[in-house]
Write a new protein. Structure first.
Length: 214
């Protein structure tokens, strides 16, 4: 039987590469949305990371008829009442670049002493009929005064991680995957992959598995 396919509900190459790397030892055959024709965009109007992750995963699973994995992650800054939160990717506007988002956040943080922040990552693995598994993790750090580092994406250059004494953008990809919110979630998923496969086997409509197995 062919390996179970799992579709990552993302067009984001950086995210896709990171997740594929994190799950490289799993028996899943991992694809992302760039492997398929255009699919309608999912409206991310949930009020929490959980809701958005589930919406993306279940929508993608329904459209493609395959199990789908979505993560919704973002940066939470308590001093800014939890902003940027679920709006992390479009904090500085609808098509904001990572750099614009970082600049806006640093502006908002001018003169703020409490610079604690944490990244949250919620992953939802959904099947076309609706049910889903949910995993969640967070990683604590501090917002820097100025960006530092070239690696990573998103808010990595301004997220300082005290245990390593570096921003996420100054960590090697392997190190970041070990300690990051996303890394932690996928370590948990990796450790439960057998259970997840059993769950997919039991819950995926039989016919879909048959069709994809020749």
């Amino acid at each position: 039987m062919k390996p179970t396919q799992l579709v990552l509900a993302t067009f984001n190459k950086g995210k896709s590469q990171e997740i594929k790397k994190l799950l490289k030892d799993s028996p899943l055959q991992i694809k992302d949305l760039t492997d398929f024709g255009p699919i309608p965009p999912v409206i991310e109007d949930g009020e929490t990371f959980d809701e958005n992750a589930y919406k993306k995963a279940s929508f993608t699973a329904r459209v493609l008829g395959l199990p789908a994995l979505a993560d919704d992650s973002g940066l939470v800054v308590p001093a800014l009442d939890g902003a940027p939160g679920i709006f992390s990717a479009r904090y500085a506007g609808e098509n904001a670049t990572d750099q614009q988002n970082c600049i806006k956040l640093l502006e908002q943080m001018k003169g703020v002493n409490d610079r604690k922040a944490f990244f949250v990552c919620v992953v939802s693995i959904a099947i076309p009929t609706g049910p889903a598994l949910t995993y969640e993790a967070q990683c604590d750090g501090i917002i820097t005064e100025t960006p530092s580092g070239e690696s990573g994406f998103g808010y990595d250059p301004i997220f300082f991680y005290p245990p390593e004494n570096k921003t996420f953008a100054n960590l090697s990809p392997d190190k970041k995957n070990e300690v990051s919110h996303r890394g932690k979630v996928f370590l948990e998923i990796q450790s439960e992959i057998d259970k997840i496969l059993v769950w997919l086997e039991q819950n995926m409509p039989r016919q879909a598995i048959m069709e994809h197995s020749h």
